[in-house]
Design a protein around this ligand. Structure first.
Ligand code: MLT
Length: 323
């Protein structure tokens, strides 16, 4: 799908982005178009007839593709997960799909640690209590166990899981891990204990953190057999809501007394929605954040850099990085 002309490549940005990225893409010779506020993805694709599409959270599924008169050559996902894209359908039309794997891993890992610390110390509850004019020093002194010396099970050792393992070890946690293609040699190299299954990793863990991509094979795979932990155990999901069986999670919280920190939900609102209701976030032992794992300035810069590298390689007909 590479082209050799370096100029005038029509490029559509489907989601809002920082002005610097647009300027840099134009500097590479792209004719950039942005999706309008009231425009659907289908309408934008039809209007711009792009050769390259840069997408963050917008959906490019069968209906959006069907609306394109001509399929783009390249779709670049400005992030790691590609579950918003119909990858097989795009491949069938000869579209090259890329992502910015690893570019936001540090940011996501940092929020993972923030969730673990918050679950242990109930920091967000402490802030709320003070804002209500309460002083509850004794109340909040009761629960925390500390992270040091505790066992953390990392499910999924891609770039985010690896960064979480590194940070958790710096906190003095014992890290064990399961990942689809992890070998015991790789685990040893990373200083984590190798586990042959998710259940083995989760068994007797003090905390679990999930970093799996959402695919047909991983939908709902984190179920009760993984979540049946001891009371007070901590569970964090920073990957995609669909990976976890939400009903099983609620049961594990209500019946087994685990506490959960979730950055992602199975039915997340769209980027422009301003309200969200989900049974899970109403429970006092479930602490939600707004799918902001990757939303730091550093991560934005790294993802933009990855977008620019992919687009410039495409324009110059060079091999596309990461493929
Ligand atoms: C990702 O897939 O990289 C994350 O969910 C972050 C994002 O897209 O904002």
């Amino acid at each position: 799908a590479a082209r050799n002309a370096g100029r005038g490549c029509p490029l559509l940005l489907l989601d809002p982005c920082r002005p610097q990225l647009i300027q840099e893409l134009q500097g590479l010779g792209c004719q950039t178009e942005q999706r309008g506020n009231d425009e659907t993805v289908e309408e934008a694709l039809c209007r711009a007839a792009p050769e390259v599409v840069v997408v963050r959270s917008s959906l490019i599924q069968e209906p959006q593709l069907a609306a394109c008169k001509k399929a783009p050559h390249l779709v670049m996902r400005a992030g790691a997960g590609v579950d918003n894209l119909a990858v097989p359908a795009l491949a069938e039309r000869g579209v090259v799909v890329c992502n910015a794997a690893g570019a936001n891993a540090v940011a996501v890992a940092e929020l993972t640690m923030a969730h673990l610390l918050n679950l242990d110390r109930r920091l967000s509850d402490q802030v709320e209590s003070l804002r209500r004019g309460q002083w509850q020093r004794l109340h909040f002194a009761k629960g925390p166990r500390g992270l040091y010396g505790r066992t953390l099970a990392v499910l999924g050792l891609g770039s985010v899981g690896r960064e979480v393992a590194r940070l958790a070890k710096a906190f003095g946690m014992n890290v064990r891990a399961w990942s689809r293609s992890l070998t015991s040699e790789e685990a040893e190299e990373m200083g984590v204990a190798f586990c042959g299954s998710m259940e083995e990793a989760a068994f007797c863990a003090d905390a679990i953190t999930v970093h799996l991509p959402l695919t047909a094979a991983t939908r709902g795979v984190v179920g009760l057999d993984v979540l049946m932990l001891a009371p007070g155990a901590l569970f964090v999901n920073m990957s995609r809501g669909g990976v976890v069986d939400e009903e099983a999670l609620l049961e594990a919280v209500k019946v087994y007394g685990i506490r959960a920190g979730l950055d992602v939900f199975a039915n997340e609102p769209g980027a422009s929605d301003t309200s969200f209701h989900d049974e899970a976030i109403m429970h006092p032992d479930i602490y939600g954040s707004h799918h902001t794992g990757a939303r730091t300035e550093q991560a934005a810069e790294a993802v933009e850099q990855a977008v620019l590298e992919v687009v410039s390689a495409y324009l110059e007909g060079r091999p596309i990085p990461g493929r």
